[in-house]
Design a protein around this ligand. Structure first.
Ligand code: FE
Length: 280
């Protein structure tokens, strides 16, 4: 038999099927569904095919587990995604570990109680998103989920999340190529332990996707927008009615406020950039 004949077969390749995979005996077509388990061999419902005992065989024809092939695998995509995220995140951590050890260790602004750690990295919107903690910064990081990004270092981009819009700076590194970073904290002197920093990083990932935060983060922007809109309306009334369409509200100034909200109260010190309108 050629190798191609075995396409889709299990053949003991446990890392290729997810815990949700429904398998089927190649000899007699008896399925194994993890949701049901196997009454005959007293396998509890919820047992993945890969977690079956070594001596488990087809309940109908006693063919060994290796003779089963994938009938349907609802978890395959999620598993592949998790592997991609893991690979990209590992590269990011390697890159910054290299920078840390080769260039940053003796720089006065670093916090030597901390180390490079990737927190909460996950697939998001066709990209990979997470927080990178380091001895000298904590950034939200966006990486490509697939082909490398060709980015211009220093370029700014505003990216929308359920909690609001945040400013990311484009950057490029040798091994990971282009990536986008939104500064949360820098320097990192207010964190005394790694766990304090990683707790904040996890909280940021939660706050980022919390739509309830949007009302708060938008308040300052809304006030500004209202003012701008009023001015634009006045101008429009005074001059040309057609100009009313151009009241493109400059929300850019409000961005630092949103970012500050994301990290507000999460560390003892404020973020480096003080919000323009934070003064009481
Ligand atoms: Fe069978």
């Amino acid at each position: 038999m050629s190798v191609a004949t075995f396409e889709g077969s299990y053949l003991g390749a446990q890392d290729k099927i997810s815990p949700l995979a429904i398998m089927e005996c190649k000899v007699c077509w008896t399925p194994y569904d993890p949701a049901e388990g196997d009454d005959i061999r007293q396998i509890d419902p919820g047992t993945p095919f890969t977690a079956l005992p070594d001596d488990w065989t087809c309940p109908t024809c006693s063919a060994p587990a290796e003779q089963f092939m994938v009938l349907e695998d609802p978890g395959a995509e999620a598993m592949q995604e998790a592997k991609r995220v893991e690979a990209v995140t590992a590269k990011l951590v390697d890159e910054f570990n290299e920078i840390w050890h080769s260039k940053m260790r003796d720089v006065p602004l670093v916090n030597k109680a901390l180390r490079i750690e990737a927190i909460g990295f996950q697939a998001w919107n066709g990209q990979i998103l997470g927080v990178l903690v380091s001895p000298w910064f904590m950034n939200l990081i966006l990486l490509p989920d697939g082909e490398e990004w060709d980015l211009v270092t220093g370029a700014k981009e505003h990216i929308a999340f359920p909690s609001g819009e945040y400013e990311f700076i484009h950057n490029t590194r040798d091994t990971i190529g282009g990536y986008k970073a939104c500064s949360l904290f820098s320097p990192m002197h207010d964190f005394t332990r790694q766990k304090d920093a990683t707790d904040v990083a996890r909280a940021v990932m939660g706050a980022l996707f919390d739509e309830a935060n949007k009302a708060e983060t938008d308040r300052a922007a809304d006030i500004r927008q209202a003012r701008e809109a009023e001015l634009a309306a006045q101008e429009a009334a005074e001059a040309d009615a057609a100009k009313a369409d151009e009241d493109d509200v400059p929300v850019l100034d409000a961005k630092p406020t949103r970012r500050a909200f994301l990290t507000a109260g999460m560390a003892d010190a404020p973020v480096t950039e003080t919000p323009l309108d934070a003064a009481e």
